[in-house]
Design a protein around this ligand. Structure first.
Ligand SMILES: *Cc1c(COP(=O)(O)O)cnc(C)c1O
Length: 363
């Protein structure tokens, strides 16, 4: 079946974005881990990231990490979500490093690693205000002391996360605090810490502005490399490509219709009561694309004159009245994606993935 619903992925642009991020960070002594969870770790994209020169890989899901190892990626891989106790053996077997904040979990990792004759690397996450994962700063030294009693694990660094839950912006102050905490840990243990991991895409702005506190030596970057955007700062990253991913959906109906439904209004298919403004008769296209396929709020038409009016499970309605192009049944409409759009589209089995670029024919 020819696919009328595709996610086009330009591997050259992913490689170029990876190289630009890696080069800019390396110039400041910062290593870049390529984060693969935004696209379900599709190996073609991971390969483009690696070809761009990133220093390691990271994913939040063990399923993705196991797939990468089966694809023979030998790069260092970090598990970017606190390990599930039920996954411990997998984590030790397939990931080199994991981020952690729970002593119970670290102890289980240590026991599993000892049994396998391995040493698993721990990055202790510190919560500096965003309020997702991490120990509170006043508990860092005592937690480090507890970790030091376990054999089978090695504390390689501290990390923090910004922008994800609380929307807290990375700054000289909060990342400076991470550096100070790192120094306190080094003084307590008498050992150097290899890694101070200062966040993800939202921390790139500090690299660009030259305001990254000295000592931060790793960033974990997904969104910037993939989409060239920084949602936390609500900005486009001007030195990166924004169009490595493109969603194309097919038009299945084009008709002129009133802008206000006719009849008594109940709830729509998702339980919301819709509201409509009367803008007269409009030309509308229905696409064979719906909420079953992608998070509709996470896509935007590339043609700025088009406007998504709404979507149900299998249909998306687009106002095409103002388009300069005459759109007809069978045509395709192209969309850009935000991170949430990309997350959902990557994992949809209804969306065919099409790779373009220099390395797209290898497997
Ligand atoms: C997802 C994630 C990242 C990557 O964030 P981006 O904003 O996509 O760069 C970094 N660190 C952790 C812990 C994550 O979960």
């Amino acid at each position: 079946m020819q696919s009328g619903l595709t996610l086009e992925i330009d591997l050259d642009k992913i490689r170029a974005n990876s190289a630009r991020v890696a080069t800019k960070c390396r110039a400041k002594g910062i290593a870049v881990i390529g984060v693969t969870k935004g696209f379900s770790a599709m190996y073609q994209i991971v390969r483009a990231m690696v070809a761009g020169g990133i220093d390691g890989l990271a994913d939040a899901r063990m399923e993705n990490i196991v797939q990468l190892r089966k694809r023979d990626f030998k790069n260092p891989i970090t598990l970017l979500r606190i390990p599930r106790l039920s996954d411990i053996a997998y984590v030790v077997k397939y990931a080199d490093t994991s981020i952690n904040s729970e002593v119970t979990v670290i102890k289980a990792l240590a026991e599993a690693a000892s049994k396998m004759g391995k040493v698993h690397q721990i990055v202790l996450m510190v919560d500096l205000g965003d309020l997702r994962e991490g120990v509170m700063q006043e508990n860092v030294l005592s937690t480090v002391r507890q970790i030091s009693r376990f054999s089978g694990v090695s504390l390689v660094g501290l990390g923090t996360n910004m922008g994800c839950f609380g929307g807290v912006l990375p700054s000289i102050d909060n990342l400076g605090l991470l550096v100070q905490l790192g120094q306190a840990v080094e003084r307590q243990s008498g050992q150097p810490l290899a890694i101070l991991s200062g966040g993800g895409t939202s921390s790139l702005l500090l690299v660009e502005n030259n305001t990254m506190p000295a000592g931060i030596n790793q960033l974990r970057v997904g969104e910037g490399i993939l989409l060239g955007t920084d949602t936390t700062h609500n900005r486009v990253i001007p030195w990166l490509y924004q169009d490595a991913f493109l969603l194309r959906a097919e038009v299945i109906e084009v008709k002129d219709k009133p802008s206000v439904p006719v009849g008594e209004i109940g709830q729509d298919a998702f339980g919301n009561i819709p509201e409509f403004e009367d803008t007269g008769i409009r030309k509308r296209a229905i696409l064979a694309l719906g909420r079953q396929d992608v998070y509709i709020e996470g896509i935007f038409p590339l043609d700025k004159t088009l406007n998504i009016m709404g979507a149900s499970s299998d249909h998306t309605i687009v106002d095409i009245t103002d388009s300069s192009r005459s759109i007809k049944v069978g045509d395709q409409i192209a969309f850009g994606l935000s991170y949430s759009g990309l997350l959902s589209a990557s994992d949809s089995r209804y969306i065919k993935k099409v790779f373009t670029g220099r390395d797209s024919n290898e497997n």
